[in-house]
Write a protein that binds this ligand. Structure first.
Ligand code: SAM
Ligand code: SF4
Length: 334
């Protein structure tokens, strides 16, 4: 029987998110500052180290692996890593291998991802307006991402669109985004903006659009039915009766989802964060580099999981942003 990683609060750890790079070809205003200093390459886990680390987690009972970043698909040779992970899908130990991407490289890689056993992907897209897209991503181009989404669907990948809800930015696109997703058979999840990292001059409280409000606006046009579907993560789902569409809401700031948290995150430098909203972390790179023996890294993983905290402290309810994290989302992986 596969061993199980269980934390001090009796939550089994089944889901691992791994950031494979802190670099990105976009500079989304809520995620990065325009002038980011990236980590020296030697600090990053090599693809071989990533393989050993992820394989150790799979060996300890992790069933779902999400590759993220930064932009995971800009990491050189990343397809080698995906192909290598597909052996755990074939053995049945891993149930799902997936990726969160900005879509810019999908036209190039969608087919390879599908061949490696990826079935579903998340693509981040906050607006369907070309100019607004250029503004919010600073460096991105909408047509390239739309082509990527086409390529993904042609390759047979199920695509979920992740949209960060931003006050005064995409409020007016709520229905057009929803309808576009329905017409393209794309799943859609809205994310509440989180206080992560120093992003320069952007006013984070000004960006905050509560999803309770977004949902109320959806209900003005559609019949919104709650579902009890859960992914073990922060997302909650509703169904729009008129379109049959499933819509997700990720509201880390207004709801507490920690009690059912089954996930941990690894940064591109091999730090494990057992909670997205806490600073506490352990280093897995040193044990990885100290020994090739899988038992060595598995012990380090078990020790890290024993420190998983009960929950996070994000709170916008006071006027100041409480529980703000100093690290960037691109470091931990969103
Ligand atoms: N580059 C890839 C992408 O954009 O999908 C993967 C990494 S990105 C950090 C993962 C997700 O985090 C994206 O959906 C992005 O919109 C979201 N994100 C980044 N910064 C955020 C923030 N401050 N609050 C909420 N979501 C954020
Ligand atoms: Fe890059 Fe994704 Fe962050 Fe945008 S959200 S800057 S695409 S890592």
């Amino acid at each position: 029987m596969t061993p199980t990683l269980v934390d001090p609060f009796q939550r089994a750890i089944r889901y691992l998110r791994v950031s494979v790079t802190d670099r990105c070809d976009f500079r989304c205003v809520y995620c990065m500052s325009e002038n980011m200093t990236f980590l020296p390459k030697k600090d990053l886990l090599t693809l071989e180290e990533l393989d050993r680390l992820c394989s150790a987690f799979v060996n300890l009972g992790v069933e779902k692996l999400r590759i993220t970043g930064g932009e995971p698909l800009v990491r050189r040779d990343i397809m080698t890593f995906f192909r290598s992970m597909s052996r755990h899908l074939e053995s049945g130990a891993l149930k799902e291998l997936t990726v969160t991407t900005n879509g810019s490289q999908l036209a190039k890689y969608a087919q390879d991802l599908a061949s490696a056993g990826v079935r579903r992907i998340n693509v981040s897209l906050d607006t369907l307006d070309e100019q607004k897209f250029a503004d919010i991503t600073r460096w991105g181009r909408l047509p390239q991402v739309l082509k990527g989404i086409d390529a993904a669907q042609e390759a047979g990948l199920r695509v979920k669109i992740n949209t960060v809800a931003l006050k005064g930015f995409n409020e007016d696109e709520l229905f057009s985004l929803t309808e576009w997703c329905a017409s393209r058979d794309l799943d859609l999840t809205f994310i509440e903006v989180m206080p992560m990292g120093d992003i320069g001059n952007e006013d984070r409280l000004g960006q905050y659009w509560a999803l309770s409000d977004l949902r109320a606006r959806l209900a003005e046009r559609y019949t919104v039915r709650d579902t009890d579907e859960r992914s073990g993560g922060p997302a909650r789902y509703v169904r729009l009766e008129e379109t049959g569409q499933k819509i997700g809401f990720i509201t880390p700031l207004t709801h507490n989802f920690c009690e059912s948290c089954n996930r941990v995150r690894i940064t591109c430098t091999g730090e494990i964060y057992t909670c997205l909203g806490q600073e506490g972390h352990s280093d897995l790179r040193a044990p990885l580099r100290a020994s090739e023996d899988p038992a060595h890294i598995e012990d380090a993983i078990r020790r890290a999981i024993a420190l998983k905290p009960k929950g996070h402290d994000f709170d916008y309810s006071r006027q100041d942003v409480q529980g703000k994290m100093s690290r960037h989302m691109s470091h931990t992986g969103g």
